[in-house]
Design a protein. Structure first.
Length: 231
């Protein structure tokens, strides 16, 4: 029996949809049938998880997401994937409050970068993701250096995420801005770029740049499927 996947979503709806779609479709592509694992989705109200980080109340973020994760467990989930990068800032605090494992996106991304032998990568994400150190701390344990955009570029990346991507808006001019930022990170030594917000792959595709892109949504969803199917 496959394990039941618990998706902790709603941050934003766009990324939650992509997790579900990729897990189910990639199973069928690999195995030729529709026997994908059972999936439970708990979609939180997004607004508190916009307001609380802005107020610096990461303790309440962790408490709220732990409560949501316990609802997934009560609904039958065997493990949890948090369908957002930013909230992995408190992944350890959430894990400490629940009885089923969290499949950490940070570990999954670290494995992917290590597999390609890269030593320095750029990071795009929300302001909280880029200006916190949870990615840097996690990847430093693997000998990987993370570089982030300058202040003006961080503002651009964050604005596009919250004003456009979470609402499903895809604009060519924003794609051009992101690609220019990726080029500036490459000039500072980045050998690839983490698309460290689960909405960014809606905007920037591997065909847009010769540099390796680490699509955190696809990597995490693939890992969730593999974990669910593992003995």
């Amino acid at each position: 029996m496959a394990k039941t996947i618990g998706i902790l979503g709603g941050m934003s709806p766009e990324s939650t949809i992509e997790y579900y779609r990729h897990i189910t479709r990639s199973y069928t592509e690999k195995f030729g049938d529709y026997g994908y694992p059972e999936i439970v989705i708990f979609s939180v109200s997004f607004q508190p998880y916009v307001d609380l980080p802005a107020a610096g109340r990461w303790d309440l973020v962790a408490d709220g997401l732990a409560q949501a994760a316990r609802k997934l467990a009560a609904a039958g989930a065997d493990f949890v994937v948090i369908a957002t990068n930013t909230m992995h800032k408190v992944v350890d605090e959430i894990q400490a409050q629940i009885d089923i494992p969290i499949l950490s996106l940070l570990d999954v991304v670290g494995d992917a970068i290590t597999a390609q032998g890269l030593e320095t990568v750029g990071l795009l994400g929300t302001r909280f993701t880029m200006e916190s150190t949870f990615y840097q701390d996690a990847l430093a344990k693997r000998g990987i250096t993370v570089v982030v955009p300058n202040a003006a570029d961080r503002e651009t990346v964050n604005r596009v995420i919250y004003d456009e991507l979470v609402a499903g808006e895809i604009r060519a001019e924003s794609r051009a801005e992101y690609l220019a930022i990726i080029e500036r990170l490459a000039a500072r030594g980045a050998q690839g770029t983490i698309l460290g917000c689960t909405e960014i792959p809606l905007l920037v595709k591997p065909s847009d740049t010769p540099l390796p892109l680490f699509d955190t949504t696809i990597l995490h969803a693939d890992a969730a499927l593999a974990f669910a199917l593992a003995d």
